[in-house]
Design a protein around this ligand. Structure first.
Ligand code: PEP
Ligand code: MG
Length: 580
């Protein structure tokens, strides 16, 4: 019988797109852990049984590592690497052994210790680290499975197109993934930085996570809809909803096909004004996707990823060099803008990498270039890696969060010293490597005339520029309504940055999210922006807008917009823009 009403579960939109299909549930066969008394004489045997199960788990995770490496690349494989580190944790081992010594079976001891560790994660403020709780639980589950000789279903059991539903999707699950058959993911737990989200985005598969009850409310064979744009999953959809989503799916597909036709066309306006469309990437595995969407370069390589998922060790100069030289080679002859790390002191402290006091306002604290200058040894390793990689393709260097000219001078001083050292060591690098800064702090935007004279390019980081100019925390949902790229103050800043930079002959890029929104593109174009740096999925959408409007019209619109003092009057003008 057709459903009379939809059951809609709301979660976190982890990977965009729509998918309609049959559920493949990984939770159909669960197991429980029973407490058994172990005689004193049998405790050593119990420990040996545990050691064998741990070894088996280790071998399995090594296979996971190799498999993820093969499908998604090294950076993703590090997720599995972190598992191996947890598996070797001496405190965990000691506590499990103590419980066995107190007279309980190994399965129960592992369960108790893992549960205790997992609970302690709940109080951690940092989302990324808190979510690692599920990794700990997954490790426990794997060891227990190996102790019981019982395994739950895996993605290798997939035989037809399916939407994978699970309490949590772990790296161990992805080991057996058959990508072509997976059309969507829905999980009970996880946030934007959970593994499911990272993996789903990497594979461009729609996903919604953090749905709390999806695994208990569905079974294999059910037909569900994943709306990865809204972060919703519709269980037992009504025929009307089905029709609506099928139409949306068809539109999404057709739109993508249309956009793909633009891939090899130039990004120029109808009156032949050319701009460049570059891509933002978070890790090198995204390069294939940005090139297939026609990116002419990387306008922002956020290098923070290199610092994550590696336990308590900092990346070495070699790690940096290997990563950036690989990117430079693949991207050549297109340029790559490498942004030096924009980490907050709090992140590194929580990862056990720095001993900095917890800050009350991390976004106003020891972050990005401030951290680099305070801990030059970390900065130098990265600069050496970047410079050495510059011998392999066109690399440009960019400093984040510059707030005054002195910071730029200081950073360049460190860079020049690194260059001298490399010369002495007869290491090759590009002596003319271009140096730029992100303009994302209002003080830097205000003195752009001073900064522009000292750099080869600037890139406007609207994500932070809006946050700091409007005093609106960019991750606080309570003030999300005030976070406004069209605030006259923001638009005037952007125009000023572009005009002052052009006066001294340097190019201006924008790498904040604002650059990837097709609605704003005509305005930015009219302001004279030279380069849009956007995420892979937005490249062709922005190109479509650029190709559908004349530069002359865009300039006229932008001039009108600059005269406006309110958002409403700006919106009124934008809504009249016609793009072919
Ligand atoms: C920005 O602030 O606009 C930017 C691109 O940097 P991030 O989002 O990494 O802070
Ligand atoms: Mg920023």
């Amino acid at each position: 019988m057709p459903a009379k009403w939809d059951i809609v579960l709301k979660g976190v939109a982890a990977s965009s797109g729509i998918s309609i299909g049959k559920v493949f549930s990984l939770e159909d066969d669960d197991f429980c852990v029973i407490r058994r008394e172990i005689l004193r004489s049998a405790r050593e045997t119990e420990k040996k049984r545990l050691a064998r199960a741990v070894e088996k788990t280790r071998t399995e995770f090594k296979i996971v590592y190799a498999k993820i490496d093969e499908v998604l690349g090294k950076n993703y494989a590090r997720i599995a690497d972190a598992y191996l580190l947890i598996l070797d944790d001496p405190t965990m081992k000691k506590e499990v052994y103590e419980l066995i010594d107190s007279g309980v079976n190994a399965e129960y001891a592992v369960f108790k210790v893992i549960d205790k560790i997992a609970r302690s994660f709940e109080f951690i403020e940092n989302d990324y680290i808190r979510e690692r709780k599920v990794d700990i639980q997954d490790i426990g589950r794997k060891i227990i499975e190996n102790l019981l000789g019982k395994h739950r279903k895996t993605l290798a059991n997939l035989e037809e197109d399916s939407i994978v539903v699970s309490h949590n999707l772990t790296p161990a699950d992805t080991m057996t993934i058959r990508e072509k058959l997976v059309k969507g993911f829905a999980t009970d737990i996880g946030g934007k930085t959970s593994h499911t989200a990272i993996i789903a985005q990497g594979l461009s598969i729609p996903a919604v996570v953090g749905l709390k009850v999806v695994s208990s409310q569905t079974k294999s064979g059910d037909i569900i809809i994943i709306d990865g744009n809204k972060g919703e999953v519709i269980l037992s959809p009504t025929p009307e909803t089905m029709v609506k989503y099928k139409r949306e799916y068809a539109l999404q597909f057709a739109k993508r096909r249309e956009l793909e036709k633009l891939k090899n066309l130039s990004s120029e306006t109808t009156d032949n004004h050319k701009v460049l469309i570059f891509a933002n990437i978070d890790n090198s595995d995204e390069i294939e996707s940005i090139l297939s969407n026609g990116a002419m370069g990387i306008g922002l390589y956020r290098t923070e990823f290199i610092y994550f998922n590696r336990g308590e060790t900092m990346p070495t100069e070699k790690d940096h060099f290997e990563n950036y030289s690989k990117v430079a080679k693949i991207m050549s002859p297109y340029p790559t803008v490498i942004r030096t790390f924009d980490l907050g002191g709090d992140k590194l402290t929580k990862m056990g990498l720095l001993n900095v006091e917890q800050e009350k306002n991390p976004s106003l604290g020891l972050r990005a270039i401030r951290l680099s200058l305070k801990y030059p040894e970390i900065f130098i390793d990265q600069l050496r890696g970047v410079l050495r990689a510059s011998a392999y393709g066109e690399i440009r260097l960019m400093y984040p969060m510059i707030s005054g000219i002195e910071e730029l001078y200081e950073a360049n001083k460190v860079l020049n010293k690194v260059k001298q050292d490399l010369k002495k060591e007869h290491m090759e690098f590009d002596e003319k490597m271009k140096i730029g800064v992100m303009i994302e702090v209002p003080s830097a935007a205000t003195i752009i005339d001073v900064i522009a004279k000292e750099v080869d390019f600037v890139s406007i980081g609207t994500n932070d520029l809006i946050q700091y100019t409007l005093a609106v925390d960019r991750v606080n949902e309570n003030v999300a309504g005030l976070y406004d790229p069209l605030h006259p103050a923001i638009l005037r800043f952007i125009k000023k940055i572009i005009d002052e930079s052009h006066k001294v002959g340097i190019t201006v890029s924008m790498c904040g999210e604002m650059a990837g929104n097709p609605y704003y593109a005509p305005v930015l174009l009219g302001f004279g922006l030279d380069q849009f740096s956007v995420s892979s999925a937005q490249i062709l959408e922005i190109k479509k807008v650029i190709r559908g409007i004349s530069f002359e019209d865009a300039k006229k619109i932008s001039e009108e917009i600059l005269k406006c003092g309110s958002r409403d009057s700006i919106l009124e003008i934008i809504n009249t823009i016609h793009v072919k």
